[in-house]
Write a protein of this length. Structure first.
Length: 412
């Protein structure tokens, strides 16, 4: 059988994974489909939204891979991936040829670029969910979208999916927004999500890079490794649910959406919220926080959590006229309801690069703060004495330290 060169190229994908290569036919079989076979245009001339929807419909019953060969794909409306049944469903992997090769360019006028819903629109529901699948090796670009509240990903009811080697850039609101549907069932367990995010870059967004927006416990146990949050106007990540882990991640220049933009009124690297009754159990290890606008880390509700071997950099890189941030770690942030208990900070490194005024650890609302351990912190002043830096503020009295069980032991 003879086959044209164009047909061969469009139907054959070389899928590269860490340390291995797998050659598969991308246009054959129910479990792996090539969007070009459904009419997608990798040259970016024609809209590819219909083609992507057809590809999803082709494999949604059994799960599989939707493959985007190298190219730029214009997407004019939200890509919907919804579980129509009250049964658990296998996930779909949306796979490109790399972040510099495969670009999905949003031209949506309303809604997110991707809407992923692992439960049906109408009840009754159980622990239905999508299981597995993911988004890998592509770029989501929101620069051409008309919607002012445009998110890259809206996620509900997706368990054990993986977002890996993805670049999310220039969305007017949030990069990744996790939500729940408390109308269909008031228990968030029935519409929650738990994902693995690896090697993903979220940049130049008008809101949060990631927002846990589904209420208490709507997104438990997300794991983030080697991810970058940079130039996200509200902040890098906002967390309400328990057991998030951030390992070897970077939070930089949050508070701005562009180097020349005015800073927002927020601008946190990582903001941890939740509820008094929730045992948050957050883990933050080996991360870097650099020149965020309001604070590197803010804790409103947190308990049984650890911050290990993190670096905090203070600078005025974007010429605000003052040191950014003014607070490294804000304990009891937000309001008088803030509650922080049983939290440890070990081997924190503080580096001050620019003259100015700042505080390392600040107790903003200390009434409900207790059992805080801060040990082996190191402070490095690169201004050679031109900075007014207070290591600890808001816990001053010896009685407060004893009553609330504060342990503070500096290394240097």
């Amino acid at each position: 059988m003879r086959i044209s060169r164009r047909k061969f190229i469009s139907s054959t994908a070389i899928l590269c994974t860490a340390g291995s290569s797998l050659i598969v036919n991308a246009g054959v079989g129910p479990h792996l489909v090539n969007v070009i076979e459904f009419g997608a245009d990798p040259m970016g001339v024609n809209d590819s939204a219909n083609a992507v929807k057809k590809a999803i419909d082709q494999i949604s019953k059994f799960g599989g891979t939707v493959y985007f060969p190298a190219g730029t794909y214009r997407i004019s409306r939200t890509i919907e991936w919804t579980n129509p049944s009250n049964q658990r469903a296998n996930g779909i992997l949306f796979l490109g040829d790399g972040t510099h090769s495969t670009v999905l360019k949003s031209e949506c006028t309303t809604g997110p670029l991707f809407r992923i819903r692992g439960i049906p629109i109408k009840g009754p529901i159980s622990t239905t969910f999508f299981w597995g699948g993911g988004i890998k090796q592509l770029t989501l670009n929101g620069s051409a979208a008309a919607d002012r509240d445009h998110d890259a990903l809206e996620i509900l009811g997706w368990w054990y999916g993986e977002i890996s080697q993805v670049r999310i850039v220039r969305f007017s609101r949030h990069g990744i927004r996790a939500i729940t549907d408390l109308v269909i069932n008031p228990n968030p367990d029935f519409s929650a999500s738990a994902l693995i995010i690896n090697g993903t870059w979220i940049e130049r967004c008008g809101g949060w890079g990631y927002i846990d927006d589904g209420g208490i416990q709507g997104s438990p146990a997300w794991t983030w490794t080697h991810c970058v949050f940079v130039l996200c106007s509200f902040g890098g990540a906002y967390v309400q649910s328990s057991s998030h882990a951030f390992v070897k991640c970077s939070f930089s220049a949050c508070g701005w959406s562009d180097e020349k933009a005015k800073p927002s009124s927020l601008g946190y690297g990582l903001f941890i919220d939740g509820a008094v009754t929730a045992s948050s159990r957050q883990w933050v290890e080996g991360c870097e926080f650099d020149t965020n606008y309001a604070a590197h880390v803010a804790l409103r509700f947190a308990s049984s959590s650890s911050f290990i071997n993190n670096r905090f950099i203070f600078n005025d890189r974007y010429h605000t006229g003052h040191l950014c941030p003014p607070i490294g770690v804000e304990i009891g942030a937000g309001d008088t309801k803030a509650t922080v208990r049983s939290v440890e900070f070990k081997q924190s490194f503080f580096r001050i690069d620019t003259p100015g005024k700042a505080t390392g650890f600040q107790w903003s609302n200390p009434s409900n703060v207790r059992d805080i351990s801060i040990v082996n912190s190191i402070y490095s002043d690169n201004t050679l004495g031109k900075v007014a830096f207070t290591r600890y503020k808001g816990h001053e009295t010896k009685a407060a330290k004893n009553i609330n069980n504060y342990v503070i032991e500096d290394s240097l």
